[in-house]
Design a protein around this ligand. Structure first.
Ligand SMILES: Cc1cc2nc3c(=O)[nH]c(=O)nc-3n(C[C@H](O)[C@H](O)[C@H](O)COP(=O)(O)OP(=O)(O)OC[C@H]3O[C@@H](n4cnc5c(N)ncnc54)[C@H](O)[C@@H]3O)c2cc1C
Length: 384
């Protein structure tokens, strides 16, 4: 991704790369083994500016543009896919607050968002409302000059250490899109319980929880944007988030490609390095070409400003292609390693598991196809 950024941004990306490879790579493997949280290095990641990449400079953020941001996420994912998703979800929340937060959020909460104690989480999904987020059933009512929230959210990244939860709630009948709102919930409020989801296939260092909200209170001005605009806000945030997941996928694919090349050079069979076999070269060449194509799609999506249909489709194409590509590349990386790639002391085994989720979260591949097709067939009967 670094090939697309300018020289000033390049320096920032290189610093991120160095930190990620020196400080996150081994830790990520340890977290994978014992399912511990990568958030133990949140203070160091905050110090590096990773938690304020997309925050405006006016509140002490780095104000990275989308391209530089994607390039940094790519480098972080190369070393630690778990750190990458932690950082990208947090920055997505920071972006939402800076775009939609009222005066008090802007003045009091946003300037703190670069700190480890202010980790953000996005609570949209529920057990019965995944791809169909509009069917969310978590309820919010106004009571005594506050929001009172009851319900449960599922699969929430950053849920253990998270302080600020941007939460999709329903204020009317379930299924009424005009009743959906985004409310910022303080994780320190009474009635909010977090249950860690154990046993994930990959990104085991990232925190995933189910959230249970029982009479949780939030100030009325913690409503983000207009009342009834929650679904729109969630989808807008996810459009940007998809570029983050795409960059996570290219970072993982690049790591797989490097492992593949390194192993092919040193593994000898039939008296020569397996790199000499054309079948192996084909896997390397296909992976390198597809990785380059994915990076170009991400760069294109990053150059399209705003939230118009062009950007939405471009972000969906980048996510769809990059994540499907990364799964293919991870599969080839295991194949090139033969039996060695099938045991958990090789990095490719972990990356093969880590990459799988990129086709699921922030909109599955099937949902990306729905989004892309909607642009081409606007009158067809596509749900959503
Ligand atoms: C590790 C992890 C972290 C996550 N982090 C977060 C987070 O921080 N915040 C959050 O809110 N959510 C998070 N999620 C949830 C994630 O966004 C959902 O899992 C995803 O949107 C899919 O929803 P679902 O799992 O309910 O699957 P479902 O929606 O039930 O989908 C099941 C299958 O049906 C397909 N399908 C559904 N609808 C259609 C359709 N219209 N057309 C074609 N196919 C369709 C899907 O593509 C999929 O193959 C996370 C998930 C995971 C696994």
């Amino acid at each position: 991704m670094i090939e697309y950024v300018n020289s000033e941004e390049r320096a920032l990306v290189e610093v991120a790369r160095e930190f990620a490879r020196d400080r996150l790579r081994e830790l990520d493997r340890q977290c994978d083994r014992d399912e511990s949280s990568i958030c133990v290095v949140l203070p160091q990641m905050a110090e590096m500016g990773f938690l304020s990449l997309r925050l405006p400079e006016s509140v002490g953020g780095l104000g990275c543009n989308r391209l530089a941001y994607a390039a940094i996420l790519h480098e972080i994912a190369y070393a630690s896919p778990s750190a990458c998703v932690t950082i990208s979800v947090h920055n997505l929340v920071g972006e939402m607050l800076s775009r939609l937060g009222g005066e008090r959020i802007q003045a009091e909460i946003l300037p703190q968002m670069g700190q480890a104690e202010s980790l953000g989480a996005l609570a949209v999904s529920e057990a019965d409302a995944g791809s169909d987020a509009a069917s969310s059933a978590t309820r919010a009512v106004k009571r005594g000059g506050q929001w009172l929230i009851n319900g449960a959210k599922m699969w929430i990244t950053n849920g253990v250490h998270g302080r600020w939860f941007v939460t999709l709630v329903q204020t009317r009948q379930i299924g009424d899109k005009h009743g959906l709102c985004m409310i910022l919930v303080d994780g320190r409020q009474q009635g909010l319980e977090r249950l860690k989801i154990e046993g994930k296939m990959g990104i085991r260092g990232s925190e995933t929880v189910s959230l249970h909200l029982t009479d949780v209170r939030a100030p009325l001005d913690h409503l983000l944007g207009e009342e009834g605009s929650g679904l729109k806000q969630a989808l807008m945030a996810l459009n940007g988030g998809r570029i983050g997941v795409a960059a996570q996928a290219t970072g993982i694919a690049e790591a797989c490609l490097d492992e593949m090349v390194g192993y092919a050079r040193q593994r000898v069979q039939f008296g020569q390095p397996i790199a000499r076999f054309q079948a192996i070269q084909t896997m390397v060449a296909d992976s390198a070409s597809e990785l380059a194509a994915a990076k170009a799609l991400i760069a294109r999506a990053c150059t399209l400003a705003g939230d118009d249909d062009g950007f939405i489709a471009a972000a969906a194409k980048a996510k769809l292609y990059a994540t499907e590509m990364a799964c293919r590349v991870a599969d080839r990386a295991v194949q090139v390693h033969g039996g060695t790639g099938y045991v958990n002391d090789t990095i490719v085994e972990k990356l093969y598991r880590d990459v799988r989720v990129t086709r699921i979260y922030e909109g599955t591949s099937e949902i990306q196809r729905v989004v892309i097709t909607r642009e081409l067939l606007p009158d067809s009967l596509i749900p959503g």
